[in-house]
Design a protein around this ligand. Structure first.
Ligand code: GDP
Ligand code: IMO
Ligand code: MG
Length: 447
């Protein structure tokens, strides 16, 4: 049974939650490998929306084991709230959620520093989610982070925390003019988290490798997206982790030989929330039309998402850095009423110069002029479609063009936010995904 990575191909919010939820009906385990509560993954079942921030999107399927790998940064307070939210919906979490002992913890000072720093950048701000992600990864790499396992060694924990807080207090006071943090209160608060979190802690590398050895089906759920990757994204307007596929191995403790395929999730257009370059961004008028059609507001912060045309340069970068096997194209239905569609096939970066790959230079990317191909819209509703044949001919042509320009087959097409609103494409090249989606459809309908 296979192990697949599900990864965002644009700037996040591609609809990974819905795809992971759907495939989870055919999976045994779903693992998050990076990011933290900056993610907002939406699943809609029979009209009821659930937004997951840290817990994998497989949790809505009873019997699926959900895992947070060592690469995730855990906010224990937010995690407690998320567990409570799920339990209130009647979803059992204990016994199905496991967290790596090596995952780092988000501390109160991470959130404060994240927000203060971003604000202080003024026009140059990243517009982060303010969840403390950047500062937590900074401490991890600086080797002063607090791991979950550190909660077990009380004296050492206290020593490390006091040292960290002393340092952070100096920054908070001297750079940002903020009052000092109460070290004792933080120490006590985190010691109390130990009791709550203890039951979830496992050696995740052993857990996931054993599952693969036993022939279980494992999904690796990426958060954020390829162009928010700290190495491969639009730096510095990125998050502080590696959402790209290779990090699924590092972030869980499995080897690359254990991966069978990588599914790229991509919207039928493009969105971005937060600051940073976005070559195919719409003008204000058309942008707000699409924002309303696609309900493009952040699942974590509620911020309006910036919207633009489908960008093949962005998509092909994701194909290459993730080694994508196939696409899940989401939100096709949002384009149902659009008269004329455009696909960006290159960037004009000088009088006679067209670039087909992402420029790394901030200035060039900011000024890149998209080169478009036009296609006429289908102007028919698609949300009822479940198979390729049911899609309007012009919608097929649009999708075919995306597959052709990216050299990557399409396995799934989202035609609505609901769990069942999906076209499953029968294409031999997408192998397990089409089979699993078909089996999932049966399972989900049986609920
Ligand atoms: P994620 O972060 O990648 O999981 O995506 P988000 O949940 O942040 O944002 C995707 C939004 O689009 C959510 O509101 C989903 O319910 C919705 N969505 C997902 N797939 C589709 C689709 O095919 N059609 C429509 N109309 N909405 C979708
Ligand atoms: P999901 O998993 C969309 C963006 C923020 C900001 C930048 C850095 O739901 O796709 P951070 O708080 O991570 O330091 O912010 O990254 N960002 C996301 N955008 N979807 C996400 O997650 C995001 N997580 C972070 O808006 O521009
Ligand atoms: Mg999201």
């Amino acid at each position: 049974m296979p192990t697949w990575i599900i990864v965002g191909a644009q700037w996040g919010d591609e609809g990974k939650g819905k795809i992971v939820d759907m495939l989870s009906a055919s999976a045994d385990m779903v693992v998050r490998y990076q990011g933290g509560a900056n993610a907002g993954h939406t699943v809609v079942i029979k009209g009821e929306q659930t937004i997951l921030h840290q817990i994998p999107s497989g949790i809505l399927h009873p019997g699926v084991v959900c895992v947070l790998g060592n690469g995730v940064v855990i906010d224990p307070k937010a995690l407690q709230e998320e567990i409570r939210m799920l339990e209130e919906k009647g979803i059992e979490v204990e016994g199905r959620l496991f967290i790596s002992q090596n995952a780092h913890l988000i501390m109160p000072y991470h959130k404060m520093l994240d927000q203060l720093r971003d604000k202080s950048l003024g026009d140059m701000k990243i517009d982060t989610t303010g969840r403390g992600i950047g500062p937590a990864y900074v401490d991890k790499v600086a080797r002063c982070g607090i791991r979950i396992v550190d909660l077990l060694e009380r004296d050492l924990l206290k020593q490390k925390l006091l040292r960290n807080i002393e340092e952070k207090n100096a920054v908070l006071q001297r750079i940002y003019g903020e009052p000092e943090l109460d070290a004792e209160a933080i120490v006590n608060e985190y010691m109390a988290f130990d009791k709550m979190i203890d039951r979830y802690i496992r050696d995740v590398s052993v857990l996931v490798n054993n599952a693969i050895d036993e022939g279980k089906t494992v999904l690796m759920e990426g958060a954020q997206g390829t162009h928010l990757d700290v190495d491969h994204g639009t730096y510095p307007y990125v998050t502080s982790s590696n959402p790209t596929a290779a990090n699924a191995c590092i972030g869980t403790g499995i080897g690359p030989t254990r991966i069978d395929g990588v599914l790229g999730v991509v919207k039928a257009y493009t969105t971005r929330v937060g600051a940073g370059p976005f070559p195919t961004e719409f003008d204000e008028d058309f942008g707000s039309r699409l924002r309303e059609l696609g309900a493009e507001y952040g699942a974590t912060t509620g911020r309006p998402r910036r919207c633009g045309w489908f960008d093949v340069v962005v998509a092909n970068h994701a194909v290459r850095v993730n080694g994508l096997t196939a696409w899940a194209v989401t939100k096709l239905d949002v384009l149902d009423t659009i008269e004329e569609l455009k696909i960006c096939v290159g960037y004009k970066v000088g009088p006679d110069r067209i670039k087909k790959s992402m420029p790394s230079e901030q200035g060039i990317l900011l000024q890149a002029e998209p080169v478009y191909e036009s296609m006429s819209g289908w102007q028919e509703f698609t949300s009822h479609c479940r198979s390729w044949e049911e899609l309007p001919r012009k919608a097929q042509a649009y999708l075919d063009r995306i597959a052709q320009l990216t050299g990557t087959p399409i396995a799934l097409v989202g035609v609505g936010s609901g769990r069942e609103e999906m076209v499953i494409v029968r294409d031999d090249r997408v192998g397990w995904i089409a089979e699993a989606a078909a089996a999932s459809r049966k399972n989900n309908l049986g609920e």
